[in-house]
Ligand binder design. Structure first.
Ligand SMILES: Nc1ncnc2c1ncn2[C@@H]1O[C@H](COP(=O)(O)OP(=O)(O)O)[C@@H](O)[C@H]1O
Ligand SMILES: [Mg+2]
Length: 407
C-alpha cells in the first residue's frame, strides 16, 4: 500500500479552497471515507450527508474543493446530475463518483464527462484509497480528465478601437451578471489599461509570473490577483517603460493553465504587437473576440488576423465586433461594405457613444451595468461568448436597424 499522502496545499488567503469534500448518502460509505481520510491525513476534509444534489446546491454558493467525492446512487439520470454539477463546479476540480450500478456503459459515460473515477458500492477502504491517490498524484491516473475554463482572447484590429473597454466589460458581465468565476488578464505589462477600465489598482506579480514559470502556482496567483468582486479577479501591471521584459512562452502557458483550472473564463486583453505571446494566445484561445471599427485600415487588419485562424487554431470560435460605429459622419465604411471586405457577417455592432462611456466613468459603474446601446451590445457579446443564442437574438431585435435589429 502506498504511504503517500494528499499533499496539504498552503492555505489560501481570503476565500479558502478546501482540499477535499465528500457528499454521501449512506453511513456505510461515509464510515469508509472517514477512515481513508484519516489514513491519508487529508487536511481540510469534510464529509457531508446527502448525494450529488447536495453538492450541486453547496458548490453553487461556495468555492469548489480540489477533490470532490459525490454519491450518485439511486439516481435515474446520473449523467444530467453530473452535467449540472459541472456547471457549478470550478473547472479544475477532480470528481470521483460513487454509485450502485455496476455498469461499464455508465462508467464510460461518466469518464467522458470529465469524472475522474467511478466506484461501485460497497466501496472498500483500499479501493477508495487507490482512487484518491491516483487523483491526487495525477501521474498514475489513466488519463487527464480535468476540464479547463474557456480562454477568451480580445484582440483589436487597430489600436483605440475599444478592445480593452470590451474585454473589461465582458469580463465584468460574465462575473457579476452571470456569476461565473472570471480571471481577467492584461497581457500588455507596460501600457495595459484593463485595470484602469475596471477602476482597479495594478496588481503585483504578473510580470514575474510571465517571466518565470517557477513562480506560478495557485497560492502565488491568489495573492497576485486584485479582486474586483467575489467572481472577478484581475491581473494587470504597470511596469517601467525603460525595462526590457523577458516574457517566456512556457511561463505564459503555465500561467494560463493554472488560471483555467481555477476560473470558468479567462479573459485576455491582448496587446496589438505580434510577439510569441500574441501567437501563443491566438493558437490556444477557445474564443477570439476580434474588435474592429468601420474604417478601411481596420477592415484590412481584421481580414489579416482572421486569415491566420484556420491554420493556427481551427476550433477557435471567432466573434467579429465593430465598435465606434457612427463616429465619423463621412468616410466610414457601411456595414455591407465591411462585411463584403472581410467576407463574413459581423456578430456585434456597437455605436460610438461617448456619453454612455463618460457616464459610466463618472458613476464608477462599468458601462455594461447601464442601459445604453453600448451596454446592450456588450450583453449580446457576452451571450455569444457564454453560449446563449436565444437571448442574443432577442436583444438583436431591440437594436436599431442599422445595428442589426429589426425596425
Ligand atoms: N463605443 C464607444 N463609444 C465611445 N467611446 C468608446 C467606445 N468604445 C471605446 N471607447 C473609448 O475609446 C477609447 C479607447 O478604447 P480602448 O478600449 O482603450 O481601446 P483599445 O484597447 O482598442 O486601444 C477609450 O477611451 C474608450 O473609453
Ligand atoms: Mg487596450
Amino acid at each position: 500500500m502506498s504511504t503517500a499522502t494528499l499533499s496539504p496545499s498552503p492555505p489560501a488567503q481570503g476565500d479558502e479552497v478546501a482540499q477535499f469534500r465528500a457528499f454521501l448518502r449512506d453511513d456505510a460509505t461515509r464510515k469508509v471515507v472517514e477512515q481513508v481520510i484519516g489514513e491519508l491525513m487529508i487536511p481540510h476534509a469534510t464529509v457531508v450527508s446527502g448525494g450529488i444534489e447536495k453538492a450541486i446546491e453547496a458548490l453553487g454558493r461556495n468555492r469548489s474543493p480540489r477533490l470532490l467525492l459525490v454519491d450518485i446512487a439511486g439516481l435515474e439520470l446520473p449523467l444530467s446530475a453530473i452535467n449540472e454539477l459541472a456547471d457549478v463546479c470550478e473547472p479544475g476540480v477532480t470528481v470521483i463518483a460513487i454509485g450502485d450500478r455496476n455498469d461499464v456503459g455508465l462508467f464510460r459515460d461518466l469518464i467522458s464527462r470529465g469524472v475522474f473515477d467511478y466506484l461501485v458500492k460497497p466501496v472498500t477502504p483500499s479501493l477508495l484509497q487507490r482512487s484518491l491517490l491516483n487523483a491526487a498524484e495525477g501521474t498514475s491516473a489513466p488519463r487527464q480528465t480535468n476540464r479547463l475554463g474557456r480562454l477568451v482572447a480580445f484582440v483589436g484590429a487597430r489600436g483605440g478601437v475599444g478592445t480593452t473597454m470590451l474585454a473589461a466589460n465582458t469580463a465584468w458581465s460574465i462575473a457579476n451578471l452571470r456569476q461565473r468565476r472570471v480571471a481577467a488578464v492584461d497581457l500588455d505589462l507596460q501600457f495595459g489599461s484593463l485595470g484602469l477600465a475596471l477602476d482597479l489598482e495594478p496588481s503585483h506579480g504578473l510580470r514575474e509570473a510571465m517571466e518565470s514559470s517557477s513562480r506560478v502556482d495557485g497560492l502565488y496567483l491568489e495573492r497576485a490577483m486584485i479582486k474586483q468582486s467575489q467572481t472577478l479577479h484581475v491581473l494587470s501591471a504597470e511596469e517601467p517603460l525603460d525595462d526590457t521584459l523577458l516574457t517566456d512562452s512556457v511561463a505564459l502557458d503555465l500561467l494560463l493553465k493554472e488560471l483555467r483550472a481555477r476560473f470558468h473564463y479567462v479573459v485576455l486583453d491582448v496587446p496589438r504587437v505580434v510577439s510569441p505571446a500574441w501567437q501563443y494566445v491566438l493558437q490556444s484561445a477557445s474564443n477570439l473576440v476580434l474588435v474592429s471599427e468601420p474604417s478601411l485600415a481596420a477592415m484590412r487588419d481584421t481580414l489579416r488576423i482572421m486569415s491566420l485562424l484556420p491554420t493556427c487554431n481551427a476550433s477557435c470560435q471567432l466573434t467579429l465586433v465593430a465598435n465606434r460605429v457612427g463616429e465619423h459622419k463621412t468616410g466610414e465604411l457601411s456595414r455591407a461594405e465591411f462585411e463584403k471586405g472581410v467576407g463574413r457577417p459581423l456578430d456585434v455592432l456597437l455605436p460610438f457613444d461617448p456619453r454612455a462611456i463618460a457616464g459610466a466613468v463618472n458613476s464608477g459603474q462599468p458601462v455594461a451595468g447601464g442601459r445604453s446601446p453600448v451596454a446592450r451590445g456588450i450583453a449580446q457579446l457576452t451571450d455569444i461568448v457564454c453560449g446563449a443564442p436565444q437571448a442574443a437574438k432577442r436583444r438583436l431585435l431591440s437594436l436599431p436597424a442599422w445595428l442589426g435589429g429589426k425596425e
